[in-house]
Design a protein around this ligand. Structure first.
Ligand code: ARG
Length: 581
């Protein structure tokens, strides 16, 4: 595991030594890099910036193995061109490493990430898509960087709504019995339709029958008191729902491990104590019987303060009590130093109040970062939240199926030599990849339009475009036969080769930026830029027909490193890269 000094880091160092200050280096259109740090230093020292810049140029050993040339431009910018050999050598060092020269964190911490949290006995909808896809990518990226990541699927598996369902099941015990031969996806669908049927039936009785209503309310009390028969019935709902969730996650190609599913019910034993601690410390106060936490800056339209309600006046615990208990568990027991919550932006106020409460109570200390990673809504082409024609929210499975179908059409049109089975396999990788990529390439917090036509398009910023770039490279590598990729630093580079090379060298820095701000879209846009640079290279620089064997090997080397970088990057986003398309 060798971490590789990027070209920008090496140059940064070199110029910093010559300047005696931060050169403020960045990529530039004028040259490979531009350093703007001269201006600030000249201002601080009351010196002439162009003269200072000229001195730095003097002091820099240009024409050496790292820097090919330095020029002063404008008011005192330094335009720096990297030596071709340095590019190729740096890339060779990346290629020699399994991790492509991405360093593992020197001092990894423990991050608990709360994501992919559907609700028991309910259909998963598009809102659950984003949390799952973004969360899964963040898990992969953070783990790749060496962080200890604990996943928590905070499923909605507790609350008063279970009283009615459980009571109905007690009275109709065969409603959740299974058919004989259910497996895989079918089992998931069958589970959900049983749950739906049961929900509708119990709702009908609940609304019509006062006595059933009373029995249902009594069930809630039994559930909270931990009555064994009631708990056993509740468990059947949870188990049934997990069959369904797992089938959807299978389809989404996202791994959910059972031990990481710790839903709201998992904190039940802590709720009383959480309230007691809050009340005793004065962080929460009783208001009209409810246990509340107040905030100076949280007020309703009427100007009245809006509290966080930890316990309702009837003694019931709410969403906040569970989340506060979960924070205690995640900090004190799991020893997290970072808490992430990948949840819909509409819950921003909830998390703001929960975090603030936990800070006041001392459960969140200065050593712990708690962050809500909010995401926006999926919109229809009309710019309104994505709904079916009859105005219902889309079932997530239907969306996924449709994406896979569209992908099959695209693949069939493009590659006629694939068998039906191959088309079906690729369609899953392409269709699901398209949905994930569209989601991950949107900056967090923003709403985006769910447009399948655009998502599975071969052109533009789509996963299909990236997957084709990858598959095309694999096809070249296969055709190369005995000619193996090999770096030749002695060869000068064509403009398209340099552009591709400089971008390949940015992979590690891109990842570092992504895990610092938890923004997967930066990785997506990097990969798109990389695939685009590859396309230009491919158009301008013949690979297998290159003039000399060395040139052929060096170009194959660039192809190979591009493919590996695309594959690694896509896999961190949870997207497959088929070898053939
Ligand atoms: N189950 C919730 C929903 O479907 C999301 C849970 C978010 N996580 C949390 N710790 N509150 O909206």
């Amino acid at each position: 595991m060798a971490s590789v000094n990027s070209l920008s880091a090496s140059i940064q160092q070199r110029v910093a030594d010559a300047l005696g200050a931060d050169p403020l280096l960045r990529r530039s259109d004028r040259a490979d890099f531009q350093a703007n740090g001269v201006l600030g230093l000249a201002k601080r020292n009351k010196a002439n910036p162009r003269e200072l810049a000229a001195q730095v140029v003097e002091a820099l050993p240009a024409g050496d193995e790292l820097i090919a040339s330095v020029e002063v431009s404008g008011p005192g910018f330094l335009n720096i061109t990297v030596a071709d050999a340095a590019i190729t050598r740096t890339l060779a060092a990346r290629a020699a490493d399994d991790r492509l020269g991405v360093p593992a964190k020197a001092a990894p911490g423990t991050t608990v990430i709360d994501y992919a949290q559907p609700n028991v006995a309910k259909e998963m909808h598009v809102g659950h898509l984003r949390s799952s896809v973004i969360g899964d990518a963040l898990v992969k990226i953070l783990e790749f960087e060496g962080e200890t990541v604990i996943r928590r699927h905070h499923i909605g598996d507790w609350g008063t709504q279970f009283g009615m369902l459980i009571q109905y099941l007690v009275e109709h015990p065969h409603e959740l019995d299974h058919g004989a031969s259910e497996a895989g996806e079918e089992a998931g669908e069958a589970s959900m339709s049983r749950l739906n049927r049961l929900y509708k039936a119990s709702r009908t009785v609940f609304d019509a029958d006062e006595e059933f209503k009373t029995r249902s309310r009594k069930r809630v009390v039994d559930l909270q008191a931990g009555d064994p028969e009631t708990l056993a019935m509740w468990q059947r709902f949870v188990d049934e729902s997990k069959i369904y969730f797992n089938s959807v996650y299978d389809k989404l190609d996202i791994e959910i491990r059972d031990e990481d599913v710790v839903g709201e019910s998992g904190y039940n034993d802590m709720l009383v104590e959480t309230c007691k601690l809050l009340e005793e410390s004065g962080v929460a106060v009783r208001s009209n019987g409810a246990l509340c936490v107040f905030f100076d800056d949280v007020k309703g339209k009427d100007g009245e303060p809006v509290p966080l309600i930890v316990q309702k006046a009837d003694g019931g615990f709410g969403y906040a009590a569970t989340d506060l208990s979960a924070i205690r568990d995640r900090t004190a027991d799991l020893h997290a130093d970072t808490l992430l919550y990948v949840v819909d932006s509409r819950q921003a106020l909830h998390f703001k109040m929960v975090f603030e409460t936990a800070r006041r109570a001392g459960w969140l200390t200065n050593e712990v970062t708690a962050l809500h990673i909010p995401f926006g809504t999926l919109l229809g082409k009309d710019g309104k939240p994505y709904k079916t024609r009859s105005g219902e929210t889309f079932r997530l499975v239907d969306l996924l199926d449709e994406a896979v179908e569209r992908a099959a059409t695209v693949i069939r049109e493009k590659s006629s030599e694939l068998t039906d089975e191959e088309v079906a396999d690729r369609a899953k990788e392409v269709g699901i990849g398209a949905i994930k990529y569209a989601d991950l390439s949107t900056s967090l917090g923003r709403d985006y339009v769910f447009d399948l036509d655009r998502m599975v398009s071969l052109n533009g910023d789509t996963s299909v475009y990236l997957q084709y770039a990858y598959a095309r490279i694999q096809s070249i590598l296969r055709k190369a036969g005995d000619t193996k990729p090999a770096a030749h630093p002695e060869l000068p580079l064509a403009p398209a080769e340099r552009a591709l090379g400089l971008l390949l060298d940015e992979f590690a820095e891109t990842l570092a930026g992504v895990s610092e701000t938890y923004e997967p879209h930066k990785l997506a846009s990097y990969l798109y830029a990389l695939a685009s640079a590859y396309t230009t290279f491919y158009d301008q620089c013949p690979v297998l027909k290159a003039e000399t064997p060395q040139l052929r090997e060096n170009r194959l080397f660039l192809c190979d490193l591009t493919a590996r970088t695309l594959r690694q990057g896509m896999s961190l986003l949870g997207i497959r890269t088929p070898e053939r398309l």
